[in-house]
Every structure is written in structure tokens, then in C-alpha cells.
Ligand binder design. Structure first.
Ligand SMILES: Nc1ncnc2c1ncn2[C@@H]1O[C@H](COP(=O)(O)OP(=O)(O)O)[C@@H](O)[C@H]1O
Ligand SMILES: [Mg+2]
Length: 364
């Protein structure tokens, strides 16, 4: 039995494990898709090992996940949503009744029911798809807005602390630890020229003008499961970074990741374009789904959210480049610099279209 199969066996699945295949493509956690033959036929589950380099306190990741999936389930029941079990991730308990399995080496594993008949996509190819994804995230945020009890754990401390991200960049420039500052002059200048953006949301949040609530923090279309036959967005996945945040961060991440229709590491920044109809679709889907949970101030700051998150991501890629590629996996030496350029190019386009984007959000 492989080590992963031995761990899969620690979970309370009724039946015999017939296959367990590594699921390629995961950037953060390692995943395996398992198939069990049981009394009610075939059952598929996703076995996941939580990355402890990224999530220093995996038990807190699990505690959040249990609370929030239960809360979303309760919402679905109240709303009499059809097929509620396909609309929220469900944890399979371990054989000793826990929510996860902890190996003797301290590593944390979990098992999730696979949601059958769904697909996900890496790119929003149409505005309709973008609107549907924004609706899924908006609904998710609304469902979590009334989560009772203490705030969720911060699974990655300071994740969207944009001023902190800026300071990290300034430190990396000053330290020049791997001698890359000289070769990144224009990118450093472009990023530092926009340093004021780091405070555009942070100051309002610290003054209490923007409400802190559970947010997803990885709001890209690949984390939405769509029904294969109807195309309906069913379920939001990848819940490890759900923690207290502000709604505009998730909206900004959606724009950042969907509006350009190019890979994050597109080597030719001139190929990056801003698809205004996709921006409009994202704003429409998000506003519709959030309803009154999105304040007039938040609504007016939607384009700002896109700029802030794009700036933040540019700063993170550039910091990693200057520190010698310690966080983001790279395939060549300038990989993180290329990623920085795509973010800076997108930021420039967002700034160029600012008046138009504001007109759109005000008109919806
Ligand atoms: N419970 C599930 N049911 C069906 N598909 C899933 C499920 N969980 C994840 N997926 C699919 O696997 C992909 C990767 O899973 P995810 O949890 O997002 O891990 P990561 O992005 O860290 O690799 C998702 O984009 C989705 O396509
Ligand atoms: Mg994912």
C-alpha cells in the first residue's frame, strides 16, 4: 500500500479503495483522487495534504473549514437549494470521528467528497462565465456574512495587508540579496510609483469604513465548480485561505485573474488586453449576488479593489524575484519578473480605463 493509500484508509469511507491517483496541477496542496467500491456503488473522494510551508497552522485551516462549510450548508437548507450536497464542500470524517487525520509527523490530511458532474476552467472565456463565477463568489461571501462566533483564524497572517507587501518589496530592493535590482529598474520604479495604492483600501478598512468579513482570498475561476450539463456555477472550492478580509479584495482578485485573458506569466506584456465586457460581467455578477451586503462605498470602490490587488500581486512577484524565487515556483530565472510585468501592464490598463470602469459600476 502506498503511503497516500495508507492515509486514505484512515478515513471513514464505507468500501474498498480501488484506486488512488495523484491529481496534478495543484499549486499549494498535494491531492489524490481516490475511488472506493462500496455498498452503494462507486464513490470518489479527494485526499489532500495541507502544505505546512504555506499554512503554518493546518489545524486552524481545518477548524475554519469545518465552521464555514457547516454554515454554508445551513444556508442551503434554509434556502431549500436543490441538490445542496453539490453546492458546498463536504469533509469525510476520519475513522476516529475527527474532521481530519494528523500523522505522527504532524502532517495534516483531509478527505473531501468529490462533487460529481462538475467541471472547472482555468480561464474565463466568455463574459457569461465571468458573471457566473462572480455570482458564485458573491453568494459565498453573502452566505458567510452572518457566520456567528469569533472571527475565523487568519490562516496566512497579513495575506492582503498591502502596506506590508509594499514594505517587503522596499526591503527586498534595499537588500538586493541576489543582485537582481539592477536588472529590474523599470519594474521597481513602476511599482514604487504606485505606492499610494497600498493604502487605498487599508486605511478605509482600519478606520472601519469597510466591513471585515469572511472572504475567500483565492477568487479565481478555477476555484468554481460548474455543473457539466447546465453550466450553473455550483460550488466554491479551495477554502484554505477563507479568513477575515474585505469583499473588495475578492472582487479585485477576480478582475486581476479574469479580465486579461492571458496567462499570469505571459512573457509578452503587450499581449495583455483589458476586456471591458468581462469587467462589467464580473461587477454585475458580484453586485447581484451580494445584494445589500455590498455597501454603496464598497460598490463605488470596485475598480479601486482591482487596482489594489493587481498592485499587490505585482509587488509580491517582484519581491520574490528580488529575493531569489523563494515562494513562487519558476522555470527560468526571469519568470517572476515576467509575472511582475504582466501585473504592471494590467494595472496600467486598469488606470487608463478608470473613468470607464467607474461609469460601469455606477450604472449597474
Ligand atoms: N470536491 C471536489 N469535487 C470536484 N472537483 C473538485 C473538488 N475539489 C477540487 N476539485 C477540482 O480540483 C481542482 C483543484 O482543487 P483545489 O482544491 O482548488 O486545489 P489547488 O488549487 O490548491 O490545487 C479544482 O479547480 C477543481 O477543478
Ligand atoms: Mg484551486
Amino acid at each position: 500500500m502506498s503511503p497516500a493509500a495508507a492515509i486514505a484508509d484512515r478515513f471513514a469511507v464505507d468500501g474498498r479503495l480501488v484506486s488512488l491517483e495523484p491529481k496534478p496541477g495543484g499549486h499549494i496542496n498535494d491531492s489524490w483522487l481516490g475511488v472506493w467500491d462500496g455498498p452503494h456503488g462507486r464513490r470518489r473522494c479527494l485526499l489532500q495534504h495541507i502544505n505546512r510551508f504555506v499554512f503554518r497552522r493546518p489545524e486552524e485551516v481545518m477548524a475554519n473549514m469545518v465552521r464555514l462549510t457547516r454554515h454554508v450548508s445551513a444556508h442551503l437548507t434554509r434556502e431549500s437549494a436543490p441538490e445542496p450536497e453539490r453546492r458546498v464542500l463536504r469533509l469525510v470524517p476520519s475513522r476516529d470521528g475527527g474532521t481530519h487525520h494528523r500523522e505522527s509527523d504532524g502532517e495534516v490530511w483531509r478527505l473531501l467528497d468529490w462533487i460529481e458532474g462538475t467541471r472547472s476552467t482555468e480561464r474565463a472565456t466568455t463574459s457569461a462565465e465571468a458573471r457566473a463565477a462572480a455570482g458564485a463568489f458573491g453568494r459565498f461571501l453573502r452566505q458567510l456574512a452572518d457566520l456567528p462566533g469569533p472571527p475565523l483564524h487568519e490562516t496566512i497572517p497579513g495575506f492582503h495587508d498591502t502596506p506590508k507587501r509594499l514594505r517587503a518589496l522596499e526591503r527586498a530592493v534595499a537588500a538586493d540579496a541576489v543582485g537582481r535590482v539592477a536588472g529590474a529598474g523599470p519594474e521597481i520604479e513602476a511599482a514604487l510609483d504606485r505606492r499610494a495604492l497600498s493604502r487605498a483600501l487599508a486605511d478605509r478598512a482600519s478606520r472601519g469604513e469597510l466591513v471585515r468579513r469572511p472572504t475567500h482570498n483565492d477568487a479565481k475561476i478555477a476555484n468554481v465548480l460548474f455543473d457539466t450539463s447546465t453550466g450553473e456555477p455550483l460550488c466554491v472550492v479551495d477554502l484554505d485561505t477563507v479568513m477575515p478580509g474585505i469583499a473588495l479584495h475578492d472582487f479585485g482578485d477576480m478582475v486581476r485573474s479574469m479580465v486579461a485573458d492571458a496567462a499570469e506569466d505571459e512573457p509578452d506584456p503587450s499581449r495583455i488586453t483589458l476586456r471591458v465586457p468581462v469587467f462589467e460581467a464580473l461587477a454585475r455578477g458580484f453586485i447581484e449576488a451580494m445584494g445589500a451586503d455590498l455597501s454603496p462605498l464598497e460598490r463605488s470602490l470596485l475598480p479601486t479593489g482591482a487596482c489594489v490587488i493587481t498592485f499587490e500581486q505585482a509587488a509580491r512577484f517582484l519581491t520574490d524575484h528580488l529575493e531569489g524565487d523563494r515562494y513562487y515556483p519558476v522555470t527560468h530565472p526571469d519568470h517572476n519578473l515576467e509575472r511582475t510585468r504582466t501585473q504592471l501592464r494590467l494595472l496600467q490598463l486598469l488606470e487608463d480605463h478608470d473613468a470607464e470602469l467607474r461609469r460601469i459600476t455606477e450604472s449597474l
